[in-house]
Design a binder for this molecule. Structure first.
Ligand SMILES: Cc1cc2nc3c(=O)[nH]c(=O)nc-3n(C[C@H](O)[C@H](O)[C@H](O)COP(=O)(O)OP(=O)(O)OC[C@H]3O[C@@H](n4cnc5c(N)ncnc54)[C@H](O)[C@@H]3O)c2cc1C
Ligand SMILES: NC(=O)c1ccc[n+]([C@@H]2O[C@H](COP(=O)([O-])OP(=O)(O)OC[C@H]3O[C@@H](n4cnc5c(N)ncnc54)[C@H](OP(=O)(O)O)[C@@H]3O)[C@@H](O)[C@H]2O)c1
Length: 456
């Protein structure tokens, strides 16, 4: 089944009153955060293209590295789980999960849990008078008390400097490639040794391209997935988790905010290990004797001729290629987020482009939250995977609901004009001798309306 274009995304008007929260991004993290915010009865808007990374920036035919049960989006009642989706669509869960199956599940989740996604991009976010002012790509403007940045990884695509001078048509980052059919019969050099590079190499070979994989370190293969095959003793020694077997992983998964409390040096050591590039074992046979692998090599020089690129590798080998595909990963750096206005950016404290975040994912700007891969260096490796949605979403929603209660409390305590109007109009016979005219009521702020309603 082709799942492109299957979303419920009507373009909507923008209300005058500020939202309680705007979620920027409609991937697994944005949808999960929105589901929990909606579950708390908040006034929420979600902007962004639904599952954009998965629908438009992953290769056709891709298989998920994560287990299906570790790839649930999160809603407050846990009603829209992958398990239920399998049951209702009469399919058998298995490993690895095809991309299209995940997409069908995630779009089913969106339709039920977050039916209103506005697919417009946010082009600017400013912070004014305690609220956020967001400008949309079509010129509309919305105001919100809180903003959840769930913008994913694509803004962070890493294009190493050495490839920058080459024509864009010749060099493509893996995140820009979905349809590989046009590469049939072409010669393609793939750079990198992680899951993206190895999987693109396999898929490109499978569509009929001639592929060279150039990786500066030997490929590190993940152990074969033996989920369901491991005996009790093995499970005791190293329990299964959504991020691989082992007690450390078990702790990361089941005590999801422990990592946050670790000292920086320990976090850095752990992140260095967890951020290493690995490739799934099931890709081995798909590249062995099919793709020319140049391990321990880098591309040192390039020459363009006849629309092709002549690449010289560090061992002196030369390859004349039609395209270079960069499977060179992603680097979090909030300076690369074009929608954050300079004044807002100046107020976000960071360490080398990584925002400082409080225990509820809130940045140093009150009401501004960063989730997903942007929060990974602070909250740990689980937050790079869909698995992290289930602990992130309730926590962010709780924090925003708490802030909203506080704001309401403050607003109710500081409504002098209405207080005076109502109390001075009070007759001995009753509280509403002179009801507030309806046109006043309609222009009253929401706090005024609550006061009016309460007094009636
Ligand atoms: C090739 C590949 C395969 C992966 N496979 C797995 C896997 O098997 N299992 C797993 O758990 N993880 C996998 N991941 C990691 C994956 O990125 C995350 O798990 C997940 O997508 C993170 O969700 P997210 O909502 O944070 O971001 P994304 O899914 O990237 O969503 C980002 C959202 O932000 C929106 N957006 C961006 N800019 C704007 C803007 N200016 N205004 C409004 N909206 C905007 C986009 O439209 C989109 O809706 C994979 C990653 C890659 C690159
Ligand atoms: N099927 C799937 O589920 C799937 C598919 C793709 C991606 N993913 C996920 O997406 C995330 C990102 O994966 P990824 O493979 O894109 O990134 P990655 O794991 O970070 O791998 C990046 C690779 O690029 C190399 N590299 C970086 N800069 C380079 C340079 N200047 N010159 C040469 N090589 C360079 C790195 O080499 P070093 O190792 O030497 O640094 C590494 O091999 C991972 O979480 C992964 O699991 C999942």
């Amino acid at each position: 089944m082709d799942v492109e274009g299957e979303t419920t995304t009507p373009r909507r008007f923008v209300p005058d009153a500020p939202y309680d929260a705007v979620v920027v991004g409609a991937g697994p993290y944005g949808l999960s955060a929105a589901a929990h915010l909606l579950g708390r009865g908040l006034n929420v808007a979600v902007f962004g293209k639904t599952l954009e990374l998965w629908r438009e920036h992953m290769p056709r035919g891709m298989l998920l590295r994560s287990q299906w049960w570790a790839t649930n989006l999160s809603d407050p009642g846990r009603r829209y789980t992958f398990r239920r989706f399998f049951r209702e669509s009469r399919r058998k869960p298995g490993y690895p999960v095809p991309l299209d199956t995940f997409l069908e599940y995630a779009l089913w989740f969106q339709r039920h849990a977050v039916p209103d996604v506005d697919e417009t991009y946010v082009t600017s976010i400013e912070h004014r008078g305690g609220n956020f002012l967001l400008t949309l790509a079509d010129g509309r403007r919305v105001e919100s008390a809180a903003v959840v940045m769930a913008i994913g990884i694509r803004h962070y695509a890493h294009r190493p400097d050495e490839f920058r001078g080459l024509p864009p048509g010749l060099v493509i980052h893996s995140s820009e490639l979905r349809d590989l059919e046009p590469f049939r019969g072409e010669r393609v050099v793939v750079i990198g040794g992680g899951q993206s590079a190895v999987e693109y190499a396999a898929l490109l070979h499978e569509v009929g391209a001639t592929v060279d994989l150039v990786t500066r370190r030997p490929i590190v293969w993940l152990e074969r997935d033996r989920m369901g095959e491991r005996g009790v003793l093995e499970q005791i020694r190293a329990p299964d988790t959504g991020i691989g077997p082992g007690w450390k992983n078990w702790v990361l998964q089941n005590v999801p905010f422990l990592f946050y409390r670790l000292p920086r040096a320990r976090k850095d050591r752990a992140l260095a290990w967890y951020s290493s590039a690995w490739a799934a074992d099931w890709l081995r046979d798909r590249i062995a004797n099919k793709v020319t692998v140049h391990e321990g090599q880098t591309a040192v020089s390039f020459a363009i001729e006849d629309g092709k690129v002549d690449i010289t590798l560090s061992d002196g080998a030369r390859i004349r290629a039609d395209h270079i595909v960069l499977g060179t990963g992603y680097k979090v750096d909030i300076d690369r987020l074009p929608m954050i206005s300079p004044s807002l950016r100046a107020a976000i404290k960071d360490e080398m482009g990584i925002p400082l975040l409080g225990p509820s994912f809130e940045s140093t700007v009150p009401g501004l939250y960063f989730v997903g891969v942007t929060s990974l260096p602070v909250f740990g490796p689980m937050y790079r995977f869909v698995l992290g949605c289930r602990s992130m979403a309730p926590r962010v929603a709780r924090a925003i609901a708490r802030q909203r209660r506080k704001r309401r409390g403050r607003a109710l305590a500081t409504e002098p004009e209405l207080e005076i109007a109502v109390s001075s109009d009070r007759s001995p016979a009753g509280r509403r001798a002179h009801p507030i005219p309806s046109d006043e009521t309609s222009t009253a702020s929401w706090t005024q309306r609550i006061l009016i309603a309460r007094r009636r």
